[in-house]
Write a new protein. Structure first.
Length: 245
């Protein structure tokens, strides 16, 4: 899978892409990320990428021309491309979006804005999809872009050491994740649940599902309304509620 990223701060991507899971995935050839400095596509000696907004108002607006030139240059190789703008006005990024994008056959091209906004003509003419990572405003699109790339890459075959990890994480099965424990079995009086030490994989699986349901019920009950619950899930939920009455 290939990502292209347009930004005025390419160094932001260097550190994150050169660590941990993403670094190993790049080394294994699972994905490729190329970062393009928007200032390289300006034509004035100051490499200006912004200007004051028409109609007045606070802040500066990123100019259309550098984005148009950058996108055209990247797409000049003829590769099929999905162009994504990071924007608080976009569709909310979630696990389903990450899964959909992880299956994309097209190259993903991310436009990272800064300042007050990007000239609307960029959105109108170049952008296929707008994505937001939440209902808040950041100083630029670089962090949202990294969040989205991370969310996509961990779903690509071979990216994680254990392929089951991605399947069992929060949201992957419509619920929050179950609690996790590791050695020692007791720490400062706090004990690991006995079932996890039992070696009974059927009971462990049932306990994990029940605790995932319990955690979701307490922290994100809205997810239960959308999650495809089985009859066994409903029995476990009823038991949880009975236990807690």
């Amino acid at each position: 899978m290939k990502f292209d990223i347009i930004t005025i701060f390419p160094a932001i991507f260097d550190a994150y892409l050169s660590e941990s899971i993403l670094k190993r995935a790049i080394q294994k050839g699972i994905f490729e990320a190329k970062v393009h400095n928007l200032r390289d596509f300006t034509k004035d000696r100051h490499k200006t990428v912004d200007d004051s907004p028409y109609g007045g108002g606070p802040g500066m607006v990123m100019k259309a021309a550098p984005f148009f030139d950058a996108v055209r240059a990247i797409k000049s190789d003829g590769a099929d491309t999905l162009t994504i703008m990071l924007s608080p006005q976009g569709k909310r990024f979630d696990q389903n979006t990450a899964l959909r994008l992880s299956k994309e056959q097209r190259r993903l091209l991310f436009l990272c804005g800064r300042y007050e906004a990007i000239d609307e003509r960029v959105r109108d003419a170049l952008v296929d999809e707008e994505i937001s990572i939440g209902d808040y405003v950041l100083t630029g699109g670089e962090l949202p872009c990294l969040v989205i790339i991370d969310g996509i890459v961990r779903l690509l075959p071979g990216a994680l050491g254990d392929e089951g990890s991605a399947r069992e994480e929060s949201f992957s099965w419509g619920l929050l994740d179950y609690p996790h424990f590791t050695r020692p079995p007791e720490f400062e009086g706090l004990k690991v649940p006995e079932v996890l030490l039992s070696g009974n994989h059927r009971e462990i699986s049932r306990w994990r599902r029940k605790e995932a349901l319990r955690r979701t019920l307490h922290r994100r009950p809205d997810l239960l309304e959308r999650s495809p619950l089985s009859d066994e899930d409903r029995r476990l939920l009823a038991k949880i509620k009975e236990e807690e009455r």
